[in-house]
Design a protein around this ligand. Structure first.
Ligand code: CAA
Length: 399
């Protein structure tokens, strides 16, 4: 679907495709089995300059936007969903700095993220605060020119290997709307400890763990943007920019599953014919490819809306996230079906796609939350529909 992209995005896609085929694809199943961070893959991504794609040029980046980020994530995920998030989570962790960081914070952190020297994670969720992001309990109490953080973060993707972590904590328990603030923490700070590391269904090459903060002292220069109380807004603004990346991961996974299923259908013979000659298999392949194409169009257009700063970017980011990730789940499940009995087996490539796809419907806001965000925005926009009012008859008993 090159017609949806400009030359510079096609260049990024091709660069990502080359690394994905050369380094990611041959190693994807090995790291899935080992459940180990693939340092050699991360090194190859950094050497190809991919870690800098979404970072502005003045901070050592390539000056791309969310669309460029998405085309890279898609290509990596087409070969390995875990690698897709291993890469994209650095954008999630660093978007708060881009959105709200002081110039000093941008100068301090972004160049090392762009070069791939430092990895970053995003710590919002806690064991009792997943969808209800405002319900976190991690606290940051002021002590002179420092903040003292206490609490445990959960499902911290990349956290166990990350050098930096954007952490959300309560700075004003008495406030409803100015309760939270974000902090840029570094792994060698006292009181910063990686806790329990999860054993996962999919995306197994990227570690997801707990982060224990025990009297972790952060100088006020680590407070994002230098002002307390804006943490919830900054988290939401970050997710608006990051959710298209999850959607792109889903498109890549779904495309990879279509690729494998199509090839397999031409090779696998039953009743003396390749199964691709059977109309029921053809229908499956056609539906899978069509859904992926529709999802990709929505992801690219949502990414463009975010890059343009469109007023309704929140709605489009949520739409593409739930649509593309639901497509990925359907398509990867159908791809396993095309592979039949072999599809269920670990020595065939396809079941990994289905396992990797599942988390995309859950993280960065469950698809139930995304639908709620879309509906809330539609309802807000309903005031623009007053020109239709006269065409809706008012029932007799209400006149
Ligand atoms: N941009 C800017 N501000 C926003 C905003 C946005 N997109 N969305 C909401 N806000 C503002 C509101 O305007 C409001 O501001 P005021 O108080 O000044 O009026 C404030 O934030 C509160 O908004 P809501 O009343 O809408 O908040 P809510 O409590 O009802 O929650 C929610 C809304 C959409 C459910 C939100 O909590 C949410 O997105 N939940 C899901 C969280 C999530 O995605 N977590 C995943 C974390 S990352 C992860 O998955 C781990 C990983 O490592 C990959």
């Amino acid at each position: 679907m090159d017609h949806l992209l400009a030359d510079r995005q096609i260049e990024w896609r091709d660069r990502a495709r080359e690394v994905a085929r050369r380094v990611v694809l041959p190693n994807a199943w090995k790291y899935d089995r080992l459940q180990e961070y693939p340092w050699e893959i991360k090194q190859a991504l950094a050497e190809a300059g991919l870690m800098k794609v979404w970072i502005p040029k003045e901070y050592g980046g390539a000056g791309g936007g969310v669309l460029e980020l998405c085309v890279v994530v898609e290509e990596l995920s087409r070969c390995c969903g875990g690698t897709g998030v291993l890469f994209a989570v650095n954008a999630l962790g660093s978007f708060p700095i881009l959105v709200a960081g002081t110039d000093e914070q941008k100068q301090k952190y972004l160049p090392a993220i762009a070069s791939g020297e430092k990895l970053i994670a995003f710590g919002l969720s806690e064991k009792n605060a997943g969808s209800d992001a405002g319900g976190i309990t991690c606290s940051a109490e002021r002590d002179g020119d420092h903040y003292v953080l206490n609490g445990t973060k959960k499902w911290n993707t990349n956290g166990p290997v990350a050098d930096l972590n954007t952490i959300f904590a309560i700075t004003d328990p008495s406030s409803r709307s100015r309760r939270l603030s974000a902090f840029l923490l570094e792994k060698d700070m006292d009181g910063y400890e990686v806790g329990y590391i999860e054993d996962k269904m999919g995306i197994r090459c990227v570690p997801v763990g707990e982060l224990d903060l025990k009297d972790c002292r952060a100088h006020e220069s680590h407070l994002l943007g230098g002002k307390p109380g804006l943490g919830f807004k900054h988290a939401m603004m970050t997710l608006d920019r990051a959710r298209p990346g999850v959607a792109a991961q889903a498109v890549g996974l779904a495309q990879g599953a279509v690729d494998f299923a199509t090839l397999y259908a031409t090779q696998r013979k039953q009743f003396g014919e390749p199964i691709s000659s059977f109309q029921m298999v053809q229908k499956m392949l056609a539906d899978m490819a069509t859904k992926v194409a529709a999802a990709r169009s929505l992801v690219y257009s949502a990414a463009k809306a975010v890059d343009a700063g469109a007023r309704d970017m929140t709605k489009y980011a949520a739409m593409c996230k739930y649509y593309a990730t639901d497509v990925a789940m359907e398509v990867t499940t159908d791809a396993v079906q095309v592979f039949g009995g072999n599809g269920y087996m670990r020595n065939y490539p396809i079941e990994k796609y289905m396992r990797d796809a599942k988390i995309t419907q859950i993280y960065e806001g469950t698809n139930q939350i995304q639908r709620m965000v879309v509906a809330r925005n539609l309802i807000k926009e309903a005031t623009r529909l007053s020109h239709l009012e006269e065409f809706i008859p008012v029932p007799e008993h209400l006149r």
